[in-house]
Design a protein around this ligand. Structure first.
Ligand code: ZN
Length: 315
């Protein structure tokens, strides 16, 4: 086999996934092993290097074909220096990931935060393939995001660009405090956590809903109830969608992306979520700014992180 390949690393709390992509962003091969987070950062770095070597050995490619290695990481990062300043889930302080992996593997290494990397993956070979300006939302436990301009991640001044979940969109009278300390963040209403909270509140208030029969309500329960016409559930879904649509309208006039991509567990709800998002976006965005702009589901699923990490080394 010839041509350059790119290695992506998705470092999770329990598993490290590594993958090999070709120049078009197609994921060719993957390898997965335990993180061993409890053994400390030296051991985790050794495992990443080991899994990458095994990945390439088991592939039809040679080590010389590897153009670079990228890693998507959670926590506070110094992206240009490739250092994890603080990772709450791995309990790391000042781990120089780039330097260690470059020493072990003798290839260029680039790191970025996991939400940005997932956005880059979708933009490269997922729902944004062929489009150079996209904004991605990840609706999960929280709301993550990433901004891709000209095919590259837009970092902002301190690497904090794309924190879409912390756009303050809920009016003060209805706002609750977000995990970030601010009031009324998008994440408080449009994440799975926010949707579940609104459902619990409705049940506690005594609203007439089938959700009252469920022990531990999940976001999926709320979408399922909305799909069969539960009005309380539908109101919650519409509220979650409303603020996403409003936030997109704000982003559209600032960045004018060609496409919004929405991924993460909550996005699996499908049209019941996407249709109101599109309606609100159309309603609040100037016509010239919304023309030929679309809002679509992500397509890479869990692979977006590996693919995007691999894409960090595209030049
Ligand atoms: Zn926040």
């Amino acid at each position: 086999m010839s041509g350059k390949v790119y290695v992506g690393v998705d470092l999770g709390g329990t598993a490290i996934k590594v993958g090999l992509c070709d120049e078009s962003g197609k994921l060719l091969q993957t390898y997965e092993g335990p993180t061993g987070a409890e053994l400390g950062s030296d051991e985790v770095m050794e495992r990443i290097a080991q899994y990458i070597r095994l990945l390439v050995e088991e592939s039809p490619f040679k080590w010389e074909d590897v153009a670079g290695i990228g890693a998507g990481l959670a926590g506070f990062l110094d992206i240009p220096e490739g250092i994890v300043r603080f990772s709450p889930n791995l309990k790391w302080h000042d781990v120089p990931v780039k330097k260690i992996l470059e020493q072990k593997l003798d290839k260029p290494v680039t790191i970025d935060n996991d939400a940005n990397v997932a956005a880059l993956g979708e933009a490269w070979s997922g729902a944004g393939a062929g489009i150079s300006n996209v904004v991605c939302y990840t609706l999960g436990t929280g709301v993550g995001g990433g901004i891709i301009i000209g095919g590259k991640i837009y970092q902002g001044f301190a690497g904090m660009a794309g924190e879409l979940g912390h756009m303050s969109v809920v009016p003060d009278l209805e706002a609750i405090q977000c995990g970030c300390g601010q009031m009324g963040c998008l994440e408080t209403v449009s994440s799975a956590t926010g949707i579940v909270r609104m459902a619990r509140d409705a049940v506690q208030r005594g609203d007439k809903t089938s959700l009252a029969m469920i022990q531990n309500i999940t976001a999926k329960d709320v979408f399922d109830a909305a799909k069969v016409g539960d009005e309380v559930a539908l109101r919650i879904v519409n509220r979650a969608a409303y603020y996403i649509g409003r936030s997109m309208a704000a982003i559209a006039v600032v960045l004018n992306p060609q496409r919004f991509i929405v991924g993460g567990g909550v996005s699996k709800a499908g049209e019941i979520l996407f249709q109101p998002i599109r309606e609100i976006f159309r309603k609040y965005t100037p016509l010239q700014v919304q023309e030929n702009v679309d809002i679509v589901p992500a397509t890479l699923g869990n692979d977006a992180g590996i693919v995007g990490a691999a894409g960090l080394n595209l030049r």
